[in-house]
Design a protein around this ligand. Structure first.
Ligand SMILES: C[S@@+](CC[C@H](N)C(=O)[O-])C[C@H]1O[C@@H](n2cnc3c(N)ncnc32)[C@H](O)[C@@H]1O
Length: 290
C-alpha cells in the first residue's frame, strides 16, 4: 500500500520548536567552543510557546489559572524556569535522573531568575517518584517518556503522574507521529545561522518498537559534536498512549495537533482534533484530565 500523501515536509522532531535563552554564545561556534546543552535548547525547545499552550489549555478546561508546574525529565529545566519567571504566584518542580543537566540548569537557567529561584526545586529523581506538592500541571516534553520500554513501566509512570496531580490537575505529554517517525532517517536544520542540528533516527525495530536516535551538531569549520545526545527508547503510537492514559485512570484525554503554515511547516499553534492528520510527520500534545 502506498503511504498517505504528505501534506507537509517530513521534518518531524527536528523542526520542533525554535529557540530559547542561551547562557553563552561564542562569536564563532565550533565543537571546541560550543556547549551541548545550549545548542540543545536553541534547537528543540521553545518554552514560551509551551507555557502559552499550557496556560490556554488549563484555562479552557478548568476556567482558572494554574500555578504549580511539575516538569518531568526536565533536563536543564528550561520550561520550569520559564514557568516561574511569569510571576510570584508561579512555582515549579523539575525531576531528572541525571546530575549533569540539573547542574547546568542551576548554573545557567536558574541563575537568571533572581529571587524567583526560591520558587523552583530540582530533584535528581526518577520521574515516577512522588512530589511534595501536587501539581496543577505536570508535563513530559520531547517524548522523554519513551525511555519506558515496557508497557507496565509506562503505565506505572502514568499512574504516578495522575496520583501526584492536584484535584483539578492536567497531565500533558507530547508525541511525534506520522510515518517518518518510524523510519531510519536523518534530518538537518541550520539554527540561528550558526550551527546545524542533526536529528538521526538510527534504528527502528517494528516488532518491539525499540528505536535508537541521536542528536549531532555540526559547525562551519567542519567540526562536529557527534552523538551529543543519544536515546535508546521505545516508540509509542498515539492510540497506545491514549489507551495507557485511560488505563492509568484518566477519564478524558484530548489531543491537540500542531497546525501547519502555508509552506507545510509546523507553526507552533495547536488545535484540538478528535481524528488527527494523515501525513509524514506531525507533533501533538496529549492532555490527560484528572
Ligand atoms: C530528551 S531529554 C528532555 C529534556 C527536556 N525536558 C526537553 O524537553 O527537551 C530526556 C531527559 O530525561 C532524563 N531521564 C531519563 N530517564 C529518566 C527517568 N526514569 N526519570 C527521570 N528522568 C529521566 C534524562 O536524564 C534526560 O535529561
Amino acid at each position: 500500500m502506498a503511504p498517505p500523501t504528505a501534506q507537509h515536509p517530513s521534518n518531524g522532531a527536528a523542526r520542533r520548536h525554535a529557540r530559547a535563552r542561551a547562557p553563552s554564545r561564542a562569536a564563532v561556534l565550533t565543537a571546541a567552543t560550543a556547549d551541548k546543552y545550549d545548542l540543545y535548547q536553541r534547537s528543540v525547545q521553545a518554552p514560551q510557546s509551551d507555557v502559552e499552550f499550557l496556560l490556554t489549555v488549563y484555562r479552557r478546561i478548568r476556567r482558572r489559572k494554574p500555578h504549580h508546574l511539575r516538569e518531568d525529565f526536565c533536563g536543564t529545566a528550561l520550561l520550569a524556569a520559564t514557568w516561574v519567571a511569569q510571576g510570584p504566584r508561579f512555582s515549579a518542580d523539575g525531576f531528572d535522573l541525571a546530575l549533569e543537566p540539573l547542574e547546568w540548569a542551576r548554573t545557567y537557567n536558574l541563575v537568571s531568575l533572581g529571587s524567583a529561584v526560591s520558587r523552583i526545586a530540582l530533584y535528581q529523581k526518577d520521574a515516577r517518584e512522588p512530589a511534595a506538592q501536587p501539581a496543577d500541571l505536570r508535563c513530559a516534553q520531547n517524548f522523554s517518556y519513551q525511555v519506558f520500554k515496557a508497557r507496565n513501566e509506562l503505565l506505572d509512570y502514568f499512574r504516578s503522574a495522575r496520583a501526584s496531580l492536584a484535584k483539578n490537575g492536567l497531565f500533558v505529554i507530547d508525541h511525534y507521529g506520522g510515518y517518518d517517525a518510524v523510519e531510519e532517517r536523518v534530518e538537518e536544520r541550520v539554527v540561528d545561522g550558526s550551527f546545524t542540528y542533526v536529528w538521526d533516527q538510527q534504528t527502528y525495530e517494528p516488532v518491539t518498537g525499540h528505536q535508537k536516535c541521536a542528536i549531532h551538531f555540526r559547525f562551519d569549520d567542519r567540526s562536529e559534536l557527534n552523538e551529543a545526545f543519544s536515546y535508546d527508547w521505545r516508540y509509542w503510537s498515539l492510540p497506545e498512549l491514549r489507551d495507557l492514559l485511560f488505563e492509568a485512570g484518566f477519564p478524558r484525554v484530548d489531543v491537540y495537533f500542531e497546525q501547519f503554515d502555508e509552506d507545510g511547516y509546523g507553526n507552533g499553534t495547536f488545535e484540538k482534533d478528535a481524528k488527527g492528520p494523515i501525513g509524514a510527520s506531525w507533533i501533538a500534545y496529549l492532555v490527560a484530565v484528572r
